[in-house]
Design a protein around this ligand. Structure first.
Ligand SMILES: [Zn+2]
Length: 232
């Protein structure tokens, strides 16, 4: 079986295909699980951090808007407070939101939109299942991972435009975080990520302007901001 993505062809390999030998074929797994691994951050009980209650409410309201923009249901995503620098999503749609991140940016809707937008943009329910016997070389894994991250960045840029935010501060945060540690091969270089977010933002802004010019009435009710009332 061949799976194509990121210009990478993956050939599944059967192990132990000799007659009489049992084939060791693992269970099919979602692509994202293979790319990102299964190490979840340590969960934290939100009840132990009452000072983050309002930030978590804001993050949940933002998640609902982002799910709507992605064309998904809000309950496909769950927010979980965790020990993490920023945020990450697993194959179940659980978004682990870092405690320090919320302490610093929990009141900042623009940063919340960009960071949670990136996570929702992974849309794990759409990850293809890869057979358990698929073999991915480290280079192929990096390439697929970069494409998956690029997809998430594109959605984040689009969502920022749709919600009326600038992409600048989210991009500045990425640049600031880039100075730490070794650059990961699982992401495009930060300059490319910034370009992706800017381009997605610009293209969505153009679409909004065109819509506004052509259908002034429709532009008033269209969009997550208008359709979903803020509840915070
Ligand atoms: Zn990501």
């Amino acid at each position: 079986m061949k799976i194509q993505g990121a210009n990478v062809n993956l050939n599944t390999t059967t192990f132990g295909s000799t007659v009489g030998q049992a084939r060791q074929v693992g269970k099919p797994q979602p692509l994202g699980t293979i790319l990102f691994g299964k190490v979840a951050p340590k969960k934290l009980d939100a009840r132990d951090f009452p000072h983050l209650k309002k930030a978590l409410q804001k993050a949940r309201a933002m998640k609902r808007k982002l799910a709507f923009l992605a064309g998904d249901d809000d309950d496909e995503y769950e927010l979980q407070l965790a020990e993490h620098e920023l945020a990450m999503i697993d194959e179940e749609g659980t978004i682990f939101v870092g405690k320090e991140f919320l302490e610093r940016f929990g009141e900042d809707e623009e940063i919340l939109a960009g960071v949670l937008g990136h996570e929702v943009g992974h849309r794990p329910k759409t990850w293809p299942m890869l057979p358990g016997d698929v073999r991915i070389s480290p280079d192929q894994r990096h390439q697929l991972s970069r494409e998956e991250e690029g997809k998430a960045d594109w959605f984040a840029g689009r969502a920022l435009a749709e919600l009326g935010y600038s992409p600048e501060r989210v991009c500045a945060l990425l640049v600031a975080l880039d100075g730490r540690g070794n650059p990961s091969k699982d992401y495009y270089p930060v300059a490319t990520r910034v370009s992706i977010i800017h381009e997605a933002h610009a293209s969505q802004s153009r679409r909004r302007e065109t819509l506004r010019a052509m259908f002034p009435g429709a532009a008033r009710w269209r969009g997550a901001r208008a359709l979903i009332a803020d509840d915070v």
